[in-house]
Write a protein that binds this ligand. Structure first.
Ligand code: F6P
Length: 318
C-alpha cells in the first residue's frame, strides 16, 4: 500500500501545474508527498521536502519547476543508484512519480526494473517525442512561445522585405519547428527527420523574388542545422541579405498555455490514481480524452514522427 511517495521533475511549462495536481490528488487520499530537489541528483543526495496542499498554491501558472531540476550524469553509476535507493528507503517512500522526457523516464524505468521501485511517469518535454504519447506536457506552450516570437520577427521581415532564418529548439526532433512553421505561415522548414536541399530553397527564393515576393522566413530545428550557416549559404547563393534569430531557451519557459494546464491536471491526477492502484513501470497519457497507461519500456523507445503531410501543406500554402 502506498502511504507516501516522492516526485521528481524535469523542467518545462506545465510541470508545476502537474505537481499541484499530484499533491492535491494524493492529499484527498491522505497520502503524503515529498518533492525531490534537483531531479535524480536530489534522490542521490537525499534532498527532499514535504509538499502539502498549501505548498503548491499559486504555482499553476508558473513555468519551470519549483523543485528545480538537473541532467544527472551521476545517476548513471550503480554506486549513485544505490545511494538513491537508500534515500527512498530512509524516507519510507513507497513509490515515485517522475515528470519529464526520455531521460527522466529512462531513469524511472531503471528504478522500476533494476530495483523494484514502484514508479509512474508523466511525459513532459517540449520536443513532444515520448513514444506512443500524442501530447507531452510543455510542447503546446513551447510552440506558442516560439509562434509569439515568430510573429514579431514577421513584422520586420515584411516591413524591411528581408529573408529571416529562425532557429528553434529540437535536438533530435522537429516537432516545434514543424508546428511553428505551419502556424506561422513560413516559407520553409528544415527538420531533423528529413533531408533538405539548400540549392532548392535558394531557387524558390529567387523564383519568388522574380515575382515580387520579398520577405521569407525559414525555420531551422537546432539539431539539423544552425541558422547562421543556413543564412550565410542563402546570401552566398542568392546575393540577398539575410538575418537570423536563435530563439533558444525562451521556448522551454513561460506561462503554460490552457492546453498544458488542463493536460497537467488530468495527467497529474491519473498518475497518482495509477500509483495507488498498484500500477508501476508505466506512464500516463491522454488519448481521445481517455487515460492510457503505457509501459515505460515502450515509452522510452525512439519515437518516429512523420512530418511529410504537414510539410507538403506548408509548401502548398507558402
Ligand atoms: O529535450 C528538450 C530540449 O529542450 C531540446 O529541445 C534541446 O535540444 C535540449 O533539451 C537542450 O538541453 P539543455 O537545456 O540541457 O541545453
Amino acid at each position: 500500500m502506498i502511504k507516501r511517495f516522492g516526485v521528481i521533475t524535469r523542467d518545462c511549462a506545465g510541470i508545476n501545474a502537474a505537481l499541484r495536481a499530484v499533491v492535491r490528488t494524493a492529499a484527498t487520499h491522505q497520502v503524503e508527498v515529498f518533492g525531490v530537489i534537483r531531479g535524480y541528483d536530489g534522490l542521490i543526495d537525499g534532498n527532499l521536502r514535504p509538499l502539502d496542499r498549501r505548498s503548491v498554491s499559486g504555482i499553476i501558472n508558473l513555468g519551470g519547476t519549483i523543485l528545480k531540476s538537473a541532467r544527472s550524469e551521476r545517476f548513471l553509476t550503480e554506486e549513485n543508484q544505490l545511494q538513491a535507493i537508500k534515500t527512498i528507503e530512509e524516507n519510507k517512500l513507497d513509490g515515485l512519480i517522475v515528470i519529464g522526457g526520455n531521460g527522466s523516464l529512462t531513469g524511472a524505468h531503471l528504478l522500476a526494473t533494476k530495483y523494484g521501485v514502484k514508479v509512474i511517469g508523466i511525459p513532459a518535454t517540449i520536443d513532444n517525442d515520448v513514444n506512443m504519447v500524442d501530447q507531452c506536457l510543455g510542447a503546446d506552450t513551447a510552440v506558442n512561445v516560439a509562434l509569439d516570437a515568430l510573429d514579431k520577427i514577421r513584422d520586420t521581415a515584411t516591413s524591411l522585405e528581408r529573408i529571416f532564418v529562425v532557429e528553434v529548439m529540437g535536438r533530435d526532433c522537429g516537432y516545434i519547428a514543424m508546428k511553428v512553421s505551419l502556424a506561422g505561415g513560413c516559407e520553409d522548414v528544415i527538420l531533423p527527420e528529413q533531408d533538405f536541399d539548400l540549392n532548392e530553397i535558394c531557387r524558390e527564393i529567387e523564383a519568388g523574388n522574380a515575382q515580387g515576393k520579398v520577405s521569407w522566413i525559414v525555420i531551422v530545428a537546432e539539431g539539423k542545422a544552425k541558422a547562421q550557416d543556413v543564412a550565410t549559404a542563402i546570401t552566398l547563393l542568392t546575393g540577398l541579405e539575410t538575418r537570423i534569430a536563435v530563439l533558444g531557451h525562451i521556448q522551454r519557459g513561460g506561462r503554460p498555455t490552457a492546453v498544458d494546464r488542463i493536460l497537467a491536471a488530468k495527467l497529474g491526477n491519473a498518475a497518482v490514481e495509477a500509483l495507488l492502484s498498484g500500477e508501476t513501470d508505466k506512464c500516463v497519457a491522454l488519448k481521445d480524452e481517455k487515460i492510457e497507461l503505457i509501459p515505460l519500456e515502450t515509452a522510452i523507445k525512439p519515437k518516429k514522427l512523420i512530418f511529410e503531410p504537414e510539410y507538403r501543406l506548408l509548401k502548398i500554402l507558402s
